[in-house]
Design a protein around this ligand. Structure first.
Ligand code: GSH
Length: 225
């Protein structure tokens, strides 16, 4: 059985868990990171020497870096579904996966930390507005790309939609005013129709650090501690 090391509320673990569920694969979730710890053990250093999550074990084979894991799972288990067969379509999927990490992830996750993960009395509105603007500017590029197609690579859902789908869920559910992104919103609605997205990505993450800590701890029932 595949093993996934991580916690279901971690921004880099969610896309891996979503991919596994899209592929209908069974796996053991080994709760690690955040309040679950375990990253500083010798056992974990052999799986991921960076001592970060996610990591997977597929038999004797171990792999870390969320995007590499999604590509591996798609190559091995997702031919004809998550993995585009045409090399150019696959390259476009790869391109948007890389772009998710280089341009979109940072502003959205820092916005998330500046809001949900910061006590309301300590929030810095100037910083929040700047991060919201940076996130919007990046996602405007995705919005233009999606103006005449249903998914990142065309008319079919692929691995290229996975990391960005997770980032956009966070962005749309942080309590800040946001300018409209009509094509990203329509794509997000399409993703919301997918059971694996609803189950693994659309998790209520609360509005403050107390909510967050309780939700993260409550997901203990989902994995192996
Ligand atoms: N580029 C890496 C980043 C991994 C990463 O930053 N993981 C964070 C969680 S999102 C981590 O391990 N933090 C320590 C912890 O959760 O305890 C990836 O995409 O897998």
């Amino acid at each position: 059985m595949l093993k996934v090391w991580g916690r279901p509320y971690s921004s880099n673990v969610i896309p891996v868990i979503w991919a596994l569920n899209e592929l209908g694969l069974k796996y053991d979730l080994m709760l690690a990171g955040g309040s679950f710890g375990k990253l500083d053990t010798d056992q974990y250093a052999k799986i991921n020497p960076n001592r970060m999550i996610p990591a997977i074990q597929d038999g004797e084979f171990a792999l870390w870096e969320s995007l590499s894991i999604i590509r591996y799972l798609s190559e091995k288990y997702g031919k004809g579904s998550l993995l585009p067969s045409d090399p150019q379509v696959k390259a476009i999927a790869d391109q948007w996966m890389e772009w998710s990490a280089s341009k979109a992830f940072g502003p959205v996750i820092y916005l998330f930390f500046a809001t949900v993960r910061t006590e309301p009395a300590e929030r810095d509105i100037v910083k929040i507005t700047r991060l919201r603007d940076e996130a919007h500017e990046a996602l405007t590029i995705l919005d233009q790309h999606l103006s005449n197609q249903a998914y990142v690579c065309g008319d079919k859902f692929t691995m290229g939609d996975i990391p960005l789908g997770c980032i956009v869920y966070r962005y749309f559910n942080i309590k800040v005013d946001r300018p409209k992104l009509p094509n990203v919103e329509a794509w997000y609605q399409r993703l919301s129709e997918r059971p694996a997205y609803r189950k693994n990505v659309m998790r209520h993450f609360g509005e403050n650090p107390t909510d967050w800590a309780a939700l993260e701890k409550a997901c203990e029932s989902e994995g192996i501690t």
